[in-house]
Design a protein around this ligand. Sequence first.
Ligand code: C5P
Length: 396
Amino acid sequence: MSRVLLGVSGGIAAYKACELVRLLTRRGHEVRVMMTAGAVEFVTPLTLQTLSGHPVRSELFAPGEESQISHIELADWADVVVLAPATANLIASLAQGLANDLVTTVCLATRAAVLVAPAMNVNMLQHPATQANLATLQERGVQRIGPDRGDLACGWTGEGRMVDPEVIVAATERLMRPAVLAEEAVLITAGPTEEPLDPVRVLSNRSSGKMGFALADEAAKRGAEVILIAGPVSLPTPIGVRRIDVRTAEEMRSAVFAEFEHATVVIKTAAVADYRAADTVDQKIKRESADTLEIKLVRNPDILREISAAKGERTVVGFAAETENVLANARDKLKRKGCDLIVVNDVSRADIGFDVDQNEVTIVGPTAEETTRVPLSSKVEIAAAILDRIIQVRKT
Ligand code: C5P
């Protein structure tokens, strides 16, 4: 059970704050609510007071309210501060470090983890000012969940919908996680590799790196030392993670082996190119008159297999993308590669897998009993499930 301080700001999604309070209290958390002046226009403090079982505050200077619990006491009381919905205005105020109402003042004063659940019109979200403000908050370690895509209350369709209260509850509880991985050094590879064909052309694949970055973020939140070896991707480095950027499979292999000694867990989410050009061409390949061009490829090293052979006490996890006989192929791969777990996804489905935020995976162990399915969830949830499983393996 934890103390959750919920800050509600003035958007239509404020009505969902009621459900959020109910879910949090039902799960045994103590919830106190603070509201911006705008939020009070959308839902009454009485509703949130009734649901949370505590008086709701909305003003910074209110003699009656301050006599109960001051804004600093409120900031100190919280284990987690959740801002849901977080409007563009609230996000901008936080990015500026303003303290011009109760919610912003408490956010400035608190040392608790802060989670924002943005909700706004798609154009407001995409505005460079909002994007810059969100990036500023992220740099400062503020956690963010959503927003989702969908129909917006303003009539537009697009990104900007606040994520569902259940998703906010899960994200809030993740922030409360104890540092269960404090003893582990987790080495993660992520993204594609890029194999040069000539100075301007490359052989690569569509891996976005999202899964590996989500795992790195989650492992760091659970107290692990995290080393993230990333192929060419455009994703921000999760807080508290040491990142090493590489391009080719060979570079990835060197980086992995440089860090391997020190690691206790290795997770290979990277989509390593299986082949690279046999000859590195120093000059750009010219368009010749011939209609066909042959490029000879040679096999890249299988990093996962090499690591597994040398793993000792380490736990090694591989990933697999399959289009048919998903489970049988994955179990086969587990044996062939010699790793402890294989996380497999069915890439024949368009809605999951590469470059999307959601995924559905099966965590395959050596036997059927050691195999678990994780239903369609965000990559953040999947990362949590994979780490839960790794923790189990580490304990046995
Ligand atoms: O053999 P396949 O590419 O299907 O296996 C996927 C798993 O093996 C992933 O975990 C990937 O990171 C790893 N791999 C590797 N080195 C390669 C190819 C794949 O480590 N050259």
